[in-house]
Design a protein around this ligand. Structure first.
Ligand code: MN
Length: 366
């Protein structure tokens, strides 16, 4: 009798292991178990006019590539959708588009009165002009909910806490059972690698990793890291760009407690190049702070070699708020041993800025 126990234990362990493995979502499992994604669309009147799929301004690779891939999925499902951009694409996106042979979408000059689907953002501050007067049908996003986007009719609003909006669109291709062609796979892959720094970022989730492992095959990318670095090398060269252009190349604006602030993120390939950019861009910001119409400006620069970062703070109270939000401050600079996403940086800064604003309102009133 006693001899049987280990084998019974082994059988139980194997059963448990099998159950656990079957719980890990795979592309097949998603297809098998999913509610049919196109079913959600029945509740939306897409109309006969073109539906414009568009990301934030200025656009990053996620905003552009996700808009293209999602417009493509929508067309396959019978919606007259087209991708648009809010302003010209950056060098990284241009590299991805060229590599996979996809044309840059035309700009959407004014969204007022148009039917649109927003990807990669959910606030008017980051949207193309006229968006507050647009007919917003859907939002596909992976950011915190800022909440000023209003719609006239019930909308398909899908926000997942994943590393990239393309991961959601990848999921929807699977749910809708629409095959992912090479070029669309390449664009979604580029978007995820860009948003998650080749899956290094703390924002990358298992779903992003699964999307990447599926998309590299479909895109025919043999060496993922080599592709990522080639894409970033073009981007981080910042060719023919002024300090102002570089500062605003990946920049977002926020507002809390009456304080408007902007956060720029800049990428360098090596720590030396990071320090060089800190000096160049820092000098530019100091000289031009007054004319940028923001109460506070934050500049985060990280390098891909060490994955360290610094956040430089400009404007009244900026360094004070940042010092309260992060453990290591040095003058107007925050030192990060490991780069954080802008999302995390803003999440940590926001309550400190709110506190600072409340204290200053009290002072002004006194
Ligand atoms: Mn994104």
């Amino acid at each position: 009798m006693q001899k049987k126990k280990p084998s019974l234990l082994l059988a139980c362990a194997l059963l448990l292991f099998g159950l656990l493995v079957s719980c890990v979502p795979t592309a097949d499992a998603i297809r098998r178990n999913s509610v049919s994604y196109p079913a959600y669309m029945q509740g939306i009147d897409y109309g006969k006019d073109t539906v414009y799929v568009i990301g934030h301004k200025p656009p990053d690779s996620d905003s552009v590539c996700t808009a293209i891939a999602y417009a493509n999925l929508k067309r396959k499902l019978g919606v007259n959708a087209e991708a648009r951009i809010a302003s010209p694409v950056n060098a990284e996106t241009a590299y991805a588009l060229k590599y996979f042979g996809v044309k840059e979408p035309p700009p959407l000059e004014n969204a007022a009165g148009k039917s649109v689907i927003l990807v990669d953002h959910n606030s008017f501050a980051q949207a193309a002009s006229g968006m507050d007067k647009a007919n917003i049908l859907e939002v596909i996003d992976h950011h915190n909910l800022i909440g000023d986007v209003a719609t006239a009719a019930p909308a398909y609003y899908r926000n997942l806490p994943v590393g990239c909006a393309s991961t959601i669109v990848w999921l929807e291709y699977l749910e809708a059972n629409v095959p992912i062609e090479k070029d669309m796979a390449g664009l979604m892959l580029s978007a995820i690698l860009s948003d998650t720094d080749n899956l290094q970022s703390s924002t990358a989730t298992d779903l992003d990793r699964q999307a990447v492992s599926d998309l590299v095959k479909k895109a025919g990318v043999k060496d993922r890291t080599a592709y990522f670095l080639a894409m970033e090398e073009d981007f981080a060269a910042y060719r023919n760009m002024s300090e102002k252009d570089i500062f605003y190349s990946d920049y977002k604006e926020f507002k809390i407690g009456g304080v408007s602030y902007g956060c720029a993120t800049v990428l360098a390939l090596t720590p030396e190049k990071r320090q060089d950019l800190e000096k160049r861009l820092g000098d530019w910001v100091l000289k031009n702070l007054e004319t940028q119409n923001m109460d506070m400006l934050f500049l985060k620069i990280h390098d891909l070699e060490t994955y360290k970062a610094t956040i430089s703070c400009y404007g009244d109270g900026a360094a004070e708020c940042a010092a309260a939000a992060f453990p290591r401050a040095d003058g107007n600079k925050i030192l990060l041993d490991r780069n954080l996403s802008r999302k995390k940086v803003v999440r940590l800064l926001q309550p400190q800025i709110e506190k600072w604003a409340a204290a200053h309102r009290q002072k002004d009133a006194a």
